[in-house]
Write a protein of this length. Structure first.
Length: 456
């Protein structure tokens, strides 16, 4: 029988990443009847990952999940090690010295490329960097977005694309009472954008945004939606998809978009266009974005398995700013196996492995495990599966040589790493809320690490 998890010797688990999958992993561990110590690491001094930096500022209810995470963080067997970059301040192998098992739950912080000519032109951006910028992520505060242009194009039709479109379409008045970064608000308030065009490769039935997100686009103060009625015409397979009870959400989307065909502009000045069956083939411009070129596509195949086929017909749109929003992808940490193709760490039910071997004591959860799919809650069953796997392996784990968080703190101190605890985070949190009150907002985040550390 394993000595780990006994009253004499706790099972020591490090969790790398403090977003939803990290906290759900911690929750799953701490509710076990075993003696378990959980230490969570994040490269930023602040927790909550994409809940803090990915959720749109005008959707505050989605952020309420942090209350559940705070409860987990209040467990005496939980510690937060903020401002510690695993792979830089401490290697993955050095973690093994202090922990019996490591769960990598650091998400997917990069973005997928379209792989088309002109993608690197000035004025071509990723949704991920724009979202991180307006949400005050320290790594993105020096990014510049040119809103002197009048026409913006967004490729992708998931909820992130809708977030980008909505933030571009809203007035400063609509955004000023949210927790949007103040600098971003000031820049967006001067925006010249009059038209926002969102393009999807598939048809309206296959769009991956959810009904509340698309419905909102018809309710903005100074922007109204526009769809070409021809884009709403469906082939036989798409009609069958609409009638499938499993596609109730898609049917709701389609009904909302149908209502847009007869919407009254009510004097609203900005326009939000939805385009379907268009595949991006090139971004055109002399030194900067001037046009986007699309191939008109069509769907063929069985319901729910339709493939996109090109028609050989093309169209162009004049635009000055271009966003790709086709999904997040993971990045590698030195020493950890990684599949560049899938943007994930190869694994089996959460056990880290490559083609040769299983890496004893290393696990993954969340987007770095399965790819960037699902909503915040999807990470809960995913994390629980990983922890179940970890606990099945408890007999085979190699007990670490230094089972002490105090020794780990000394180790990091020797490397001049300033560790931020959860108590420290509460001070940062209080300071941000105080800053927000002065601006009539729920909070004003520190958008630089130095600012965060100054509040501790």
């Amino acid at each position: 029988m394993s000595v780990l998890g006994t009253p004499e010797r706790p099972l020591r688990v490090a969790i790398v990443g403090s977003g939803p999958s990290g906290f759900y992993s911690a929750e799953a561990l701490l509710k076990q009847a075993l003696n378990i110590k959980v230490d969570m690491f994040d490269k930023l001094p602040v927790p909550f990952g994409l809940v803090r930096y990915g959720v749109a500022p005008d959707h505050p209810k989605i952020k309420n999940v942090t209350k559940v995470f705070e409860k987990t963080a209040g467990n005496p067997k939980f510690s937060f090690f903020g401002n510690v970059t695993v792979g830089k301040n401490i290697s993955v192998f050095e973690l093994n010295k202090f922990y019996d098992a490591v769960v990598f739950a650091y998400g997917a912080e990069s973005d997928r490329h379209l792989g088309i000519t002109g993608e690197d032109l000035v004025g071509s951006y990723t949704a991920t960097e724009f979202v991180a910028w307006y949400n005050g992520h320290p790594d993105f505060q020096d990014h510049h977005f040119d809103f002197s242009q009048e026409v913006a194009v967004i490729v992708g039709n998931g909820n992130v694309a809708m977030d980008v479109a909505r933030i571009l379409c809203k007035t400063a008045e609509e955004l000023k009472s949210t927790d949007i970064n103040q600098n971003a608000l000031d820049v967006l308030a001067k925006s010249n954008i009059k038209e926002v065009h969102v393009y999807g490769r598939r048809g309206p039935v296959q769009a991956s945004f959810t009904a509340p997100e698309i419905k909102e686009m018809g309710e903005l103060a100074d922007c109204y939606p526009v769809i070409d009625p021809q884009d709403m015409q469906l082939n036989e397979s798409s009609l069958k998809e609409l009638e499938d009870p499993a596609n109730a959400g898609r049917k709701k989307n389609y009904e909302i978009m149908q209502s847009f065909l007869s919407i009254d502009p009510h004097g609203r000045k900005r326009k939000f266009f939805l385009h379907f069956d268009r595949s991006p083939v090139e971004i055109i411009g002399e030194g900067r974005v001037q046009k986007a070129k699309f191939e008109i596509s069509k769907l063929s195949g069985e319901p729910n398995k339709q493939k996109v086929r090109g028609t050989g017909k093309f169209e162009e749109i004049n635009c000055g700013i271009f966003f790709r929003s086709i999904g997040y992808t993971g990045i590698s940490i030195k020493g950890l196996p990684f599949s560049a193709q899938g943007g994930v760490v190869p694994n089996q039910a959460g056990r880290v492995m490559d083609s040769e071997q299983i890496f004893t004591g290393w696990y993954v959860a969340g987007w770095i495990k399965r790819g960037a799919t699902g909503v915040i809650g999807t990470n809960k069953p995913d994390a629980e599966e990983t922890i179940k796997t970890l606990l099945e392996d408890i007999e085979n784990l190699n007990p670490c040589e230094t089972p002490s968080s105090e020794e780990l703190i000394k180790f990091l101190k020797d490397r001049e790493v300033r560790v931020v605890t959860f108590e420290d985070w509460k001070k940062i949190d209080a300071a941000e809320i105080e800053r927000g009150i002065k601006l009539g907002k729920p909070r004003e985040k520190f958008s630089r690490v130095t600012g965060m550390l100054s509040a501790v």
